[in-house]
Design a protein around this ligand. Structure first.
Ligand SMILES: Nc1ncnc2c1ncn2[C@@H]1O[C@H](COP(=O)(O)OP(=O)(O)OP(=O)(O)O)[C@@H](O)[C@H]1O
Ligand SMILES: [Mg+2]
Length: 482
């Protein structure tokens, strides 16, 4: 049933209902017409009987008793099958259209019917194979009759007229055939009209819409359906068109963004290449300068005031070196070289690097590690991530505070929370902190978090930040354990 089209479902359902209604109506009509035909014919039988009876009485009154039998015999025509008179007192046939039955006993059922009827009525009954209409009418011994027949009997005899039902049956048969043909034609005409109307009003517009939808599905968003109609299909078409328009707009927007993104990526790639080339060029001379300055530094005595200037130069060189290294990592990220390591040891390594600096700034370091969490990660890269975040945290707590590092399992991820009690990050800055070169520091490059995010994402994880200005900041790193 599901594979049948909506049009056929609707047409079949309606035809079944029509068939039922037309059938019921025709049956009722047929029964009614049959009754009318039968009643008409019974009335005809009653009239014929009445005429015969009057004819008989006239013959009797005119004293033509010998014409009596002849009259009965002359009555037999195609419709009138048998006419007889019987004496109800002894059930004997006294006159008949069939002369040989005179003197015979009348049929028992006629006697019973005659006795049970209150007044004469037409009834149908079987005579052998045939069905006939009969009427049993008493002929009373009226005053004029009594002149010849005396007053002994109240009833002179009973007239029994039998008339064929053939005509009635043939009329009913014709009626039935006509009714069946008429019902079938009505059914076919209604069914055909219904199919055509459904086609015009529903199927065609729906099919047109389906065709258009298919085109949309294939990617052609310029097509529209006709929405001129004021009915539900028109409204559906209007909604569909507005949906496609919206889709087209969104599609164009996505394409525009895509082109822009491609351009941006290309620009970044070019910039990255350039940054990497510049950083590479700076790196070697910087190493040379650093070595040379260290040699010079050794030439000064510890109490020489110039030694301080030289050590400032060295720390600036170190900062330059870090910037160059960050630029190189950012511009040319390497894919993680994963090995199985204990996560605690990776974090410990980064903590070890910042401990002295933290103590100097009066910062307490609290760690809370889940035991035995072995993961496959690049320990160098992750240590770099933790170091970047811890250095930022220490930088955010110039007056001292607490740096808390927790790690734990959550579903299939290992989660590392690095929390500080520093100045926090304003909401308008929060959305920018992972962007490259975003910094609020005089000496920062703004690459630390951007590099960290790239590394975490290269491990299939992600990094989140929660911060409340004046209270502190938490960085949450999630890395899939498997
Ligand atoms: N824990 C923190 N508390 C407050 N602000 C923070 C914290 N971590 C990062 N930020 C803000 O995010 C900015 C970007 O950090 P990011 O590490 O990327 O660069 P940076 O620290 O400024 O420079 P660098 O490249 O030397 O790390 C910082 O300048 C700072 O404003
Ligand atoms: Mg930083």
């Amino acid at each position: 049933m599901d594979s049948i089209s909506l049009k056929w479902k609707y047409v079949i359902a309606t035809l079944i209902i029509l068939l039922f209604i037309i059938g019921l109506f025709s049956l009722y009509n047929l029964k009614y017409q049959e009754k009318v035909i039968k009643d008409d014919d019974k009335e005809r039988v009653r009239l014929i009987t009445e005429i015969i009876k009057n004819g008989l009485i006239t013959i009797m009154l005119e004293g033509r008793g010998k014409d009596f039998q002849k009259f009965l015999e002359s009555l037999v025509a195609e419709d009138i099958e048998e006419v007889r008179i019987f004496d109800p007192s002894n059930s004997t046939i006294v006159a008949s259209s069939i002369p040989r039955e005179i003197g015979n006993k009348i049929y028992n059922e006629d006697i019973l019917k005659y006795k049970s009827q209150i007044k004469p009525e037409v009834f149908s009954h079987k005579r052998g194979q045939r069905v006939v209409y009969s009427m049993l009418v008493p002929i009373y011994n009226e005053r004029p009759c009594q002149r010849c027949h005396g007053k002994d009997h109240k009833i002179r005899g009973v007239l029994d007229v039998e008339i064929s039902t053939m005509k009635t049956m043939s009329k009913i048969k014709t009626l039935r055939v006509r009714m069946i043909i008429f019902s079938l034609l009505t059914f076919l005409a209604l069914g055909g009209a219904l199919t055509v109307v459904t086609n015009l009003l529903v199927t065609r517009p729906v099919e047109a819409m389906i065709k258009t939808m298919k085109k949309v599905e294939e990617g052609d968003l310029s097509v529209r359906v006709d929405e001129q109609r004021g009915d539900e299909i028109g409204r559906l078409a209007a909604s569909f068109n507005s949906m496609v328009r919206e889709l087209q707009r969104a599609h164009e927007e996505i394409q525009r963004c895509h082109v822009e993104e491609m351009k941006r990526v290309e620009r970044m790639a070019n910039l990255g290449e350039l940054a990497a080339a510049v950083a590479h060029e700076i790196k070697n001379p910087l190493a040379g300068i650093s070595g040379a300055v260290q040699v010079i530094a050794e030439e000064f005595r510890d109490d020489d005031s110039k030694k301080e200037i030289v050590s400032d130069i060295l720390s600036e060189i170190e900062r330059l070196d870090k910037t160059v290294r960050d630029l190189l990592v950012f511009a040319k990220p390497t894919s993680p070289k994963k090995v199985s390591v204990d996560m605690s040891s990776v974090i410990e390594r980064s903590v070890g690097l910042v401990r002295a600096k933290a103590e100097k700034q009066n910062i307490k370091i609290v760690t809370n590690f889940a035991s035995d969490v072995t993961v496959r990660v690049d320990p160098e890269q992750l240590a770099q991530v933790f170091l970047n975040i811890m250095l930022n945290a220490i930088h955010a707590m110039p007056e001292g505070g607490t740096l808390t590092i927790n790690h734990y399992m959550e579903e299939k991820n290992i989660v590392i929370d690095i929390k500080d009690t520093g100045q926090g990050i304003e909401p308008d800055k929060l959305k920018n902190i992972f962007k490259p070169f975003f910094t609020t520091k005089h000496t920062g490059t703004g690459l630390g978090l951007s590099i960290s995010k790239n590394i975490v994402e290269a491990h299939g994880g992600d990094i989140e930040v929660f911060s409340e200005p004046g209270i502190g900041t938490t960085f949450r790193i999630k890395i899939p354990a498997t």
